[in-house]
Each structure stands twice: as C-alpha cells, then as structure tokens.
Design a protein around this ligand. Structure first.
Ligand code: ADP
Ligand code: MG
Length: 302
C-alpha cells in the first residue's frame, strides 16, 4: 500500500497524430479533493480513463489505492462517473441502483444513494425514459452507492440543473469531509474553486500548474489592468502590488500602452496611480480562463 489514492507516472497517450497526454505525473493522497481543470481537449477524460484502467497508456503506469486500476475497481474502492457512459435502458432506476449496489462489498442502502443524487422520485421510472439531466443524476447515484473511498468524476455537473448540481456537490462534500478522496474533471474555474482543495491544471496533455486552489487561481483567474502611461519609469510596473505579468508597447513622449495581469486589481490600481503622474484610459477586465490557459501554455491548450 502506498497511502496514495492515485498515482500516475510518466503517462503518455497518443491517438494517431494527436498527443492526448504528453507525460503526466500525478499523485493524489488519500483524503484530498482535487480538481483536474482544463479546456476542452486538454486530456482530462483520457487521464481519468487511464487512471481507471479503461484505456491503456501509451507508456507510463497508473496505480489506484496501491493496486493496478482494474484490481482497485474490482475490490469496490472506487466510485466512477464518466462522461456519457451508457446505462441499462430497460430497467427501472431503483432496480439499476440496487443491482449496482450488489456489486460492492459494503454498499449504501439504494434509497440512500438515490436520495443523495435526487432521484428518489424517479425510482420506478424506466431508465430509457429519463432526460439527460435525470440520467446524469442516476449515474451519480451509481457512483456513490458502493460507498467508495475514492470518487472519480468526469465533468459531473454537465447537463444538471441548479438543484442537481447542488445535490451532487453536497454529497461530494459530505464524503470528503469524512476523509474520502475525490478527483473531478471540470472546465469551470468556479467549480474547482468552490469544491477542491487542490487544482491540477491540464492543457495540451501536460500538467501546467499543480497546487493549492489559491495559487492556481491566481495564475488563471486574475484580472487585466490596461492603461496608457506618459512618463515615469516603466520598469517599476513589475513591482506594483498584485502584478503577475507586464506587457508594454510603445513609450517615450507618445506614451506607452500597458497591460498588467494581476491577482489584485484594486491594489494594482492604487499602486499605479501612486507611482505614475499621468495615467490615462484605464480599463480593468477579468482574464477569461481560455486566455489564461493560452498564456500559461504558450498556445498548446488549443
Ligand atoms: P478533455 O476531456 O480534457 O476534453 P480528452 O481527454 O477527451 O480531453 O481528449 C484529449 C485529446 O485527445 C483531444 O484532442 C481529443 O480529440 C483526443 N481524443 C480523445 N479520445 C480520442 C479517441 N478515442 N480517438 C481519437 N482522439 C481522441
Ligand atoms: Mg472530457
């Protein structure tokens, strides 16, 4: 036993000309809640499916709860919610949840799992008749019914309404608060921010940042302050509070166009006005996630 929930070592995956994973190392300790954040095509689903032994890596190794992934799954230690995984169509919701519960050594009562996923009212419905959002809730019920120590969720809230999202995250939180581990993929910074304690930022098949939420958020979730400056020493821009990155065009008597990436635009602005006498055309924008990925990865995210 390694004491780790998940370990990937130098994992690569190639689909023809597409490099889906370009050598990923990732260790998730037991009890962590980790968000795998990245734009579409970053390799999140590939990474999770390799971690689960559903796809073979091109090279490298994956270990789950100290075992080979298939063995960990077979032992019932892992609950999985994958994007668009198929469901048996012809059974009723309660029958499906009960059947899956029967595959685990110590399952929850099926009613308990259905309640957690908000599908108790659908217990008698045939799966084939459910809407997309209802099916996603059923997938989540199946994910937790085994009462697993490790949850692996691939974009779990896609297709869910507000109530469905709330129920799902409430259940995930209840579990992680009791020391369970969760790894979820998302392309929403807010979900990573609200529900994870660590963010692994994936772009172009590589881990481009990995750390506490606040650290990674500062990299991708900052603001951009733009202005024109006339006079003053432009080198001082680097030392303004909150500034992460400085871009300057022009200069001299014609003025300089300045773009500052900052994790604290209020402090940056105060510093800017204190430091420079002639500041004009000030604009503050949120940097969107896609742009932040592009900056961090030099365009590899696309
Ligand atoms: P994400 O889940 O972050 O959106 P994926 O892991 O699904 O990313 O995909 C990563 C890259 O690999 C994408 O460029 C995608 O088009 C490609 N890809 C994924 N699955 C396959 C597949 N089965 N065959 C060919 N290309 C694939
Ligand atoms: Mg995906």
């Amino acid at each position: 036993m390694t004491g780790n929930a998940l370990e990937l070592r130098a994992v690569t995956k190639q689909y023809g000309p597409v490099t889906a994973l370009a050598g990923v190392d990732l260790t998730v300790g037991e009890g962590e809640t980790v968000a795998l954040l990245g734009p579409n095509g970053a390799g999140k689903s590939t990474l999770l499916s390799i971690a689960l032994g559903l796809r073979a890596p091109g090279s490298g190794t994956a270990t789950v709860l100290g075992r080979r992934p298939v063995e960990a799954l077979r032992a019932g230690g892992v609950g999985v919610l994958l994007q668009e995984s198929g469901l048996l169509e012809d059974v009723r919701v309660a029958e499906l949840v009960t059947a899956v519960a029967g595959m685990y050594p110590k399952p929850l009562a099926p009613e308990r799992a259905m309640r957690a996923a908000g599908v108790e009212d659908l217990a008698g419905q045939r799966v084939g008749r459910l809407s997309g959002g209802q099916r996603q809730r059923v997938r989540f019920a199946l994910c937790v019914v085994g009462d697993p120590g490790l949850l692996i969720l691939d974009e779990p809230t896609v297709g869910l309404d507000v109530a469905g999202r709330r129920a799902l995250w409430q259940e995930v939180r209840d579990r992680t608060a009791r020391g369970r581990t969760a790894v979820f993929a998302t392309h929403y910074l807010t979900e990573a921010d609200d529900y994870a304690d660590r963010i692994v930022l994936l772009a172009g098949g590589e881990v481009v940042a990995d750390g506490p939420v606040s650290t990674v958020k500062a990299l991708v979730g900052g603001r951009e302050v733009r202005c024109r400056l006339y006079g003053g020493d432009l080198a001082d821009l680097e030392i303004l509070p909150g500034v992460l990155q400085v871009d300057v065009e022009g200069g001299g008597p014609g003025g300089a166009s300045v773009a500052l990436r900052t994790n604290d635009s209020d402090a940056t602005l105060r510093g800017l006005f204190a430091m420079y006498d002639d500041v004009r055309d000030v604009r503050v924008d949120t940097t969107d996630l896609e742009n932040a990925f592009m900056t961090l990865t030099g365009g590899r995210g696309r």
